[in-house]
Write a protein that binds this ligand. Structure first.
Ligand SMILES: NC(=O)c1ccc[n+]([C@@H]2O[C@H](COP(=O)([O-])OP(=O)(O)OC[C@H]3O[C@@H](n4cnc5c(N)ncnc54)[C@H](OP(=O)(O)O)[C@@H]3O)[C@@H](O)[C@H]2O)c1
Length: 391
């Protein structure tokens, strides 16, 4: 068996750590080619010592210099690269076969696209990249013979439940949502939610941004858009079902009345192992599901009045690519401001709606158009926050 070279974009994050956990169980099948982070020297140093990649990339140059010194002092052969361009280089290198795209937010778009354009197996956790670039990303995958495998547990579940041609008899996709920590809260109580409460997800342990997105249901909104692109379906055929236990990770509904579901414990190592091994299955370290402990599977409709971000995402997708870029950019700025206590929890959808409505009509034709819309929407979001403070 030829060992596959792996690049992990966002190695120091929650998905990156879970990916390395799975890789460590299969040293004969995989070797780590490159690990990347923004500035978390401590984590990357520890990972470099354990996995001995050829390259370690730190986007922050100061952090890169610190990491290099520490590795040299430890007699390590790992080569440290600095800056965002180095992400593209390791993601598209002929020496890497698979790329885990697990940077959070828009910062992950360019390296994920570089991997697609280099014909890699792209294991996509970074949903924001696909929400921003849509057709451009899908075209890059097709034109360059890349493989696009979803890491989001919902999309990975759908991928597992779809027929081999991806469409025969498929009526719709049922994306499950836990509903987040505030599922049962009254609308009047949402205003005072603190960042600490918002990042405490009931079922999953994740990075801060996706945890807040799960609490606002923006995560599910981004996932609806992601599902439309991944599975080539209109938004009317992607339905969200709140399922508080997070045992069913999503379902596919067929024209003969069948509904196929994928179940498992809420642990990202399952979808990661599936993407690494596909079409084979690999041991992931996740315990098998005990249905007697699970006991109940509940389902509810999402409440888009209390959690307007989900509706905003459907609206953005209907309006077109510029609106989805604006939605994503405004949300990233809003979440950061919420975590920094500059705005409240219920300001997030207000900000996103205002900025999204100012987006150009239609769909961008190229990467420059995407990046310009992203930048403009971020600037509008920042001034929205400033003005709100003044009033
Ligand atoms: N966590 C989950 O269970 C889960 C599930 C499904 C999908 N996802 C998706 O996977 C992606 C990663 O999520 P996560 O929870 O793993 O996030 P996370 O724990 O916050 O990790 C983010 C990673 O991205 C790096 N990073 C941050 N800003 C960067 C920048 N400007 N340039 C380059 N790298 C940067 C971080 O480096 P530093 O550590 O140095 O800051 C870190 O390695 C997100 O798109 C999320 O929606 C996550």
């Amino acid at each position: 068996m030829v060992s596959k070279g792996i690049t992990i974009l966002g190695a120091s994050g929650s998905i990156g750590v879970s990916t390395l956990d799975v890789l460590a169980r299969h040293p004969e099948r995989f070797h780590v080619y490159a690990l990347t982070a923004h500035s978390n020297v401590e984590k990357l140093f520890e990972q470099c010592q354990q996995f001995q990649p050829r390259y370690a990339v730190m986007v922050d140059p100061v952090a890169a210099a610190v990491l290099e010194k520490r590795l040299q002092a430890a007699d390590s052969d790992v080569v440290v690269l600095a800056g965002a361009e180095a992400l593209d280089a390791v993601a598209s290198s002929p020496d890497t076969d698979y790329v885990m795209a697990a940077i959070v937010g828009a910062a992950g778009l360019l390296p994920a696209l570089a991997a697609a354009r280099a014909g890699k197996r792209v294991m996509l956790a970074n949903k924001e990249a696909l929400v921003m670039s849509g057709q451009l990303f899908i075209d890059a995958v097709r034109e360059h013979g890349a493989e696009l495998l979803p890491i989001d547990s919902e999309h990975n579940a759908v991928f597992q439940c779809l027929p081999s041609d991806g469409k025969n008899g498929v009526e719709k996709i049922l994306l499950t949502a836990s509903g987040g920590p505030f599922r049962t809260w009254a609308a009047s109580d949402l205003h005072d939610i603190t960042p600490e409460q918002a990042v405490a997800h009931p079922n999953w342990s994740m990075g801060q941004k996706i945890s807040v997105d799960s609490a606002t249901l923006m995560n599910k909104g981004l996932e609806v858009i992601e599902a439309c692109w991944l599975f080539n379906l209109p938004a009317e055929r992607v339905e969200v079902v709140v399922h508080p236990q997070s045992t069913i990770h999503s379902m596919v509904s067929y024209n003969d009345g069948s509904v196929l579901a994928q179940l498992g414990n809420p642990d990202m190592r399952t979808p990661i192992a599936y993407a690494l091994g596909w079409p084979e299955r690999l041991a992931s370290g996740v315990a098998p599901l005990d249905l007697f402990t699970t006991a109940r599977l509940d389902f509810e409709r999402p409440d888009m009045a209390r959690f307007p971000c989900l509706q905003l995402a459907y609206d953005a997708h209907t309006r077109g690519g510029y609106a989805t870029i604006a939605l994503n950019a405004a949300n990233e700025v809003a979440v950061k401001a919420f975590l920094g206590r500059e705005i409240g929890f219920t300001d997030i959808p207000l900000l996103v709606k205002d900025v999204m409505q100012q987006a150009s009509a239609g769909t961008p034709m190229n990467l420059d158009d995407i990046l310009i819309q992203d930048e403009e929407s971020r600037a509008r979001s920042v001034s929205w926050i400033k003005n709100k403070k003044i009033h």
